[in-house]
Each structure stands twice: as structure tokens, then as C-alpha cells.
Design a protein around this ligand. Structure first.
Ligand SMILES: [Zn+2]
Length: 266
């Protein structure tokens, strides 16, 4: 415990030292920052890169999905807006203690009460006290970190096994969550976009990518950021790519930059 405290202390120190580091790039100047949130006895760090004046926020919420971060970091000089990367334990799930109890949850299942209850129960146990801690964390993300986002672009990675655009096609496990699905059979089904608004669905499918439009009225309330954004009418795009598909994910990020910069999407 003591050792991890010392480690966290130095970790914070390193990030504090890096605050407002300016990296000169070809196109945009990139400003690097870090913010932290105390969750029970755990400290969660958010690394923030700001590039240009755009209000797009690229957001990496699962700490083990490094391809997504690598892809975005690689093209920071070509994107405008912010990239926010979570730094927790390096794993998908986040854990924290209250007194002697350990709680664990999936950070992309905490944005609704039903989602928080289900994820705490699935990975540890649900108590009102734990729920209130996790709710504050969720509110910090939506109302502070993402407060000024014109468009939220979530960056996720999957594995080759089960989850893909095909999960949303007819007969797929999540088919009822999708209002529309566009599949390009020439592309890897693990690389796809997930959007909450039909204007983005149209633009992305016209570019020939795999994409699905969430059915905002029927989608299962699993507490994910897409469900939250769908309910609130917030523009949300998830760029989902298979682990290791860095080049493909870079191209997908640039495709979104291109769509947004043409200003044909309101
Ligand atoms: Zn993820």
C-alpha cells in the first residue's frame, strides 16, 4: 500500500511537471496537460492534449486499449480539438476501496443509474455508498472533462473474437440496439463506427466504412457513454478498431476530421 502511494505520488509529480508542455508541430501547437480525480482511495489521471481551436474531444476511456491512443497520438498534428486519455491501472476495469471493501466497475457503464448498478454488481458488489462515488466520477467526466465538447469521439479497441459490426446486423447479439447498419464486406468487421445521429451515419456510410446508427429510443440501457449521449442529444461517434490495427484507426480518425471540417454536418 505504502509503495503504491509513493508510486502514485511520483506519477502525479511527473504529470504535474509536464503540465503546459508545448510541442511544436507542423500544423498545430499541441499543449499537454493532466487532471486527476480521487475515486475512493484511487487516483485516476486524465492526460489531455489540446491541438488547435476545434471543439471535438477524442476520448479514450479504457486504459488497456492502447492502439486507439497510439493512433490518435500519431496524428495529433492533423487533428483539431482535444485528446483525453485515461490513466488508471492499465486495465479495462477500474477498482477502488472504501474502508476494507474493494469495488470494481467498467468505466464505460457508469453514465446511468441502471448501468452503474449492473457493472458494480457484475465485477464486485453494489452499495449506495459505492454508487455515489462512481456517480461523482461519471459526472466529473460528463460535466467537467467533456463539458465543452461539440462532438465526442470515443476511441475503443476490440479483439478478433466476438464483438464487431456483425453484432449489430440482423440476427446479431445487439441487433435491437441499432436503427441502421452499413456493412462493407471488403473491410474487417472489427473496424467500425458507432454513431448516435443519422447525419453522421449518412456521411460515414457514404465514405464506405462499416457504421451503425444507435436506436436512441430502443437501445439497452447499459450505462455506456453512447446511451448517455443518445438520451441527451449529444453528438457522439465511437471509432472502434481491432487491437493492433493502428493504421486503420488512424485513417478512421482522419475520415471523421474530414467529415467535420467540411461543415456539412450541423
Ligand atoms: Zn473500450
Amino acid at each position: 500500500m505504502k509503495r503504491s502511494f509513493v508510486f502514485i505520488f511520483f506519477f502525479v509529480l511527473i504529470f504535474s511537471c509536464k503540465e503546459n508542455t508545448n510541442i511544436k508541430n507542423d500544423n498545430n501547437q499541441i499543449i499537454e496537460n493532466a487532471l486527476s480525480f480521487k475515486l475512493g482511495d484511487s487516483l485516476i489521471i486524465f492526460k489531455i492534449y489540446s491541438s488547435g481551436t476545434g471543439n471535438i474531444i477524442y476520448f479514450n476511456l479504457h486504459d488497456d486499449e492502447n492502439t486507439a491512443v497510439e493512433a490518435a497520438e500519431n496524428i495529433l498534428n492533423k487533428i483539431t480539438g482535444k485528446l483525453i486519455e485515461i490513466k488508471a491501472s492499465g486495465e479495462r476495469l477500474i477498482s477502488f476501496n472504501i474502508d476494507t471493501s474493494v469495488y470494481k466497475f467498467d468505466p464505460n457503464r457508469i453514465f446511468t443509474p441502471a448501468g452503474r448498478k449492473a457493472t458494480l454488481e457484475r465485477y464486485s458488489k453494489y452499495t449506495q455508498q459505492a454508487d455515489s462515488v462512481v456517480e461523482k466520477f461519471a459526472l466529473y467526466i460528463t460535466d467537467t472533462l467533456l463539458q465543452n465538447a461539440g462532438i465526442i469521439v470515443a476511441l475503443h479497441n476490440n479483439t478478433a473474437d466476438n464483438y464487431s459490426i456483425l453484432s449489430y446486423a440482423q440476427g446479431g447479439k445487439y441487433a435491437s440496439d441499432a436503427a441502421q447498419v452499413h456493412i462493407n464486406p471488403q473491410l474487417d468487421p472489427d473496424n467500425f463506427f458507432y454513431v448516435t445521429q443519422d447525419d453522421f451515419y449518412e456521411k460515414i456510410s457514404k465514405k464506405g466504412y462499416n457504421v451503425l446508427l444507435q436506436d436512441n429510443s430502443k437501445v439497452t440501457d447499459d450505462g455506456s457513454l453512447s446511451v448517455y449521449c443518445g438520451t441527451k442529444g449529444i453528438k457522439y461517434i465511437n471509432i472502434e478498431a481491432q487491437k493492433g490495427h493502428t493504421q486503420q484507426q488512424k485513417a478512421m480518425i482522419l475520415a471523421i476530421q474530414d467529415i467535420i471540417s467540411t461543415k456539412t454536418v450541423d
